[in-house]
Ligand binder design. Structure first.
Ligand SMILES: [Zn+2]
Ligand SMILES: [Zn+2]
Length: 304
C-alpha cells in the first residue's frame, strides 16, 4: 500500500503565536504532494521540514481569511524564480484568482508556469479534483465567509492477482488486466472461474477530511461517516463557547463530539487560538469525549 501521510505546517488561528504558524498542511499520497491552505510563511515551513515545494502540483484553499492563504503568492513567486514550468492546479474561492492575477499584474510578473484554477462554491458539494490516486470533494463549512473543507478519498486499488491460481488454471497473461478489474475468467470450454478464486481483494481505500474553519455543524456528518482521519478546527476550549459561536469557530469538545457522532477512526485538532500557549487542555478536553484525538503539531507526520 502506498504512502498516505499528512504533514502539518501550520496549526495557529488568525496570527502566528508561540512559534505556531497559520494554517497549512501537506498531503503526500503515493509521492504526489498536495498543499491544503497556505498561511503566511508556508514556504519557510516547507524549507524547515525539508519538503520540496517543487513537488507540489495541487493547492487547495479553504477560504479567504488571511491565515489560510497569505503565503500563496509568495510561494508561487518562489516557484517561478526557481524556474518551474509544470502546471499548478489551484482550487479555491473565485476571488482568489483575482487576487493572484492582480498581484502578478502590478509586479509585471509573467509566471513561467501555467495556473489551472478551479473555483469552489458553497451551494453544494462537488468533486473539485481527481487523478489516478485520489478524488477530492468539497465539504460545505459554515464560517463568516464562504468556506469549504476538502475530503480526500483514495481511489480503490485494483484486485491483486493470485499467481499460484493463475498457473493452476493455466490462464493466459492477457487476461490479467481484466482479472484486476474484477471480471470472471471464462475458458474455451465455457467454464467460468469466479474472480474471487483468482485474485485477492485490494486494501480498503483510505480517507482524510480537512475541516477548517467552521462553527459546529452536523450537516456534513454523512460525508465524514467512518473515515480514517478527520482534521477539525478546535480554536477554543469549551469554556469559550460563546466566543466560538460569535466568530464561527468550534471548541475542542465540539470537534470531539462530531468525530464521535461520525464514527471516524482518528481526530486531529488544530487552528488553535493565540490565547493558548500550552495545548494540553485542548487535547484533554477533546480526549474526554473522543479518546483517539491527536494535536496538530507542526513538522509531525501523520500516516493513514
Ligand atoms: Zn482561520
Ligand atoms: Zn477563517
Amino acid at each position: 500500500m502506498g504512502v498516505f501521510e499528512i504533514t502539518v505546517l501550520g496549526s495557529s488561528s488568525a496570527t502566528p503565536a508561540y512559534n505556531r504558524n497559520p494554517s497549512a498542511q501537506i498531503i503526500n499520497l503515493n509521492e504526489h504532494f498536495y498543499l491544503v491552505d497556505c498561511g503566511e510563511a508556508t514556504q519557510n515551513q516547507l524549507n524547515k521540514f525539508k519538503i520540496k515545494s517543487a513537488k507540489i502540483d495541487t493547492i487547495f484553499i479553504s477560504h479567504l481569511h488571511g491565515d489560510h492563504y497569505l503565503g500563496l503568492v509568495g510561494l508561487l513567486s518562489t516557484l517561478h524564480l526557481n524556474g518551474r514550468t509544470k502546471e499548478m492546479h489551484i482550487i479555491g474561492p473565485p476571488e482568489l484568482k483575482d487576487i493572484i492575477d492582480l498581484q502578478l499584474k502590478v509586479s509585471e510578473t509573467q509566471l513561467r508556469f501555467p495556473i489551472n484554477f478551479r473555483a469552489t462554491q458553497v451551494d453544494y458539494t462537488e468533486v473539485v479534483f481527481q487523478n489516478n490516486d485520489v478524488i477530492v470533494e468539497t465539504i460545505i463549512l459554515n464560517h463568516r465567509i464562504p468556506t469549504t473543507g476538502f475530503i480526500f478519498k483514495e481511489v480503490t486499488r485494483k484486485r491483486k492477482i493470485n499467481t499460484e491460481k493463475l498457473s493452476e488454471y493455466d490462464i493466459p497473461l492477457e487476461y490479467i488486466p481484466l482479472l484486476k478489474n474484477g471480471i470472471d475468467y471464462c475458458d474455451k470450454f465455457g467454464r467460468t472461474i469466479a474472480n474471487a478464486e483468482l485474485t485477492f481483494a485490494p486494501k480498503p481505500a483510505r480517507t482524510y477530511a480537512y475541516c477548517s474553519d467552521t462553527i459546529y455543524t452536523e450537516h456534513f456528518l454523512d460525508q465524514i461517516e467512518g473515515i480514517d482521519f478527520l482534521y477539525h478546527e478546535s480554536t477554543f476550549l469549551h469554556e469559550l463557547l460563546a466566543r466560538a459561536q460569535e466568530t464561527f469557530h468550534t471548541t475542542a469538545l465540539q470537534a470531539a463530539e462530531l468525530a464521535k457522532k461520525a464514527n471516524v477512526k482518528q481526530l486531529m485538532i488544530g487552528h488553535f487560538s493565540a490565547r493558548y500557549k500550552e495545548l494540553d487542555l485542548l487535547l484533554a478536553e477533546s480526549q474526554s469525549v473522543f479518546p483517539n484525538t491527536v494535536l496538530a503539531v507542526e513538522g509531525q507526520h501523520y500516516s493513514l
